[in-house]
Design a protein around this ligand. Structure first.
Ligand code: SAM
Length: 362
């Protein structure tokens, strides 16, 4: 998911509810709050339901939550049945999992995977709180590239009846400045979906050579100013002068032509941040490995649905399904890409770039 949509930040400038003087929102210096904790009143342990409802009504995502995308379309295709076994390999906030688990009852089981070591326990706690016990919901921190290896570890040797992958970032990741994913908030330049592993974006950039960064910017976001931007970033990073999202944003800005529009500037920030994030998390290679092993993970007749938010991801999914159909691995594939309705995009602006494809194992 690209992080250039309106966010909760833009939705916190409402007046406080008059009947509730003790729950007034905090006043900030300037027009916008600068600190994540003060910014997100809806993030509190007892968020005001009115605030949450207002945000959702305005098509925004409350902080600390993620609104699942293409839910009806996903459920219609995956159609979980009682007693089946399924895998949600991008657990996130558990929105899709919750619906799938409901369809799997009684007697079905869901294996939920995510790489995010920070978010995973919170989502597991949320779903356990909804009554999904360990007999029904199995949660593992695992890259979906390792799904084929994880299935036998949980005793599922033959594969699963369905797999769901909802690629990209969750809103909890995008909206938290401490995670360093968004150009909109100043914070440490981390960008790791699992901050316990691998290099942060700051360290990754310090080791990155000019040619490689140009390639990353082109492959990850078709950046037209890849060379100019890469030259500035590589120079400043080598002097250890890009340590925060704000500093990366300034570096990008200094490479842009003076007559660029505000919208053009914001799109460039979003593209460059996205491309670096994809590289830091090795997202394309994880998807390639996942797709290569996917047929081994599905029982005969098994269903798979994949939601993507980036042309590089969608291209990989499309080619994998098309080639698998031609070779007989899949007996049926989605004839066209499935997109959110205009209503869903109005209700949740973050769904705008979503594309869903599906396939059925022979
Ligand atoms: C768009 S969110 C999923 C939201 C989820 N469907 C929901 O309803 O809340 C994508 C999630 O996938 C996770 N993720 C991304 N790449 C992954 C990978 N290679 N392996 C496992 N999880 C991954 C992210 O950490 C994030 O939590």
């Amino acid at each position: 998911m690209i992080d250039d949509e309106p966010t909760s930040e833009e939705s916190t400038n409402e007046e406080p509810a008059k009947e509730k003087p003790f729950r007034r929102r905090q006043r900030y210096r300037g027009t916008h709050p600068r600190n994540f904790n003060e910014k997100y009143k809806e993030l509190s342990s007892s968020p005001d339901p009115e605030t949450i409802a207002k945000l959702i009504g305005a098509g925004k995502t409350p902080a600390g939550q993620h609104r699942p995308i293409l839910v009806a379309e996903t459920l219609e295709f995956l159609a979980p049945q009682s007693g089946e076994r399924g895998a949600d390999v991008t657990f996130g906030h558990g929105g899709h999992s919750e619906m799938l688990l409901t369809g799997l009852q009684p007697g079905g089981q869901l294996l939920a995977l995510d790489v995010d070591a920070l978010q995973l326990p919170l989502t597991e706690e949320r779903l356990r709180g909804l009554g999904f016990g360990t007999d029904t919901l199995i949660v593992r921190r695992c890259n979906f590239a390792g799904l084929a290896g994880m299935l036998p570890q949980v005793g599922w040797y033959d594969g699963v009846d369905f797999v769901l992958a909802d690629l990209g970032l969750s809103s909890m990741q995008i909206d938290n400045p401490a995670r360093g994913f968004s150009y909109k908030y100043d914070g440490p330049l981390d960008m790791r979906m699992n901050p316990e592993r691998g290099l942060s974006a700051q360290d990754w950039l310090r080791r990155c050579r000019f040619d490689k960064l140009v390639r990353v910017l082109i492959d990850g976001s078709d950046e037209p100013l890849a060379e100019q931007i890469a030259a500035v970033i590589v120079e400043l990073s080598s002097k250890e002068r890009i340590n925060t999202t704000g500093q990366l944003r300034l570096a990008i800005e200094s490479a842009l032509p003076e007559d660029i529009t505000d919208a053009g500037r914001r799109s460039t920030f979003a593209r460059v941040f996205q491309a670096i994030r994809i590289a830091v998390n090795e997202e394309f290679s994880a998807l390639d490995t996942f797709l290569r092993r996917l047929p081994d993970c599905l029982l005969p007749g098994g269903r798979v649905a994949i939601l993507s938010f980036h042309s590089g991801e969608d291209r990989r999914v499309k080619h994998h399904f098309r080639d698998g159909f031609r070779s007989g691995v899949y007996r049926e594939i989605s004839p066209d890409v499935i997109r959110p309705t205009g209503q869903e995009i109005r209700d949740n602006s973050r769904s705008a770039s979503a594309k869903m494809r599906w396939a059925i194992r022979s």
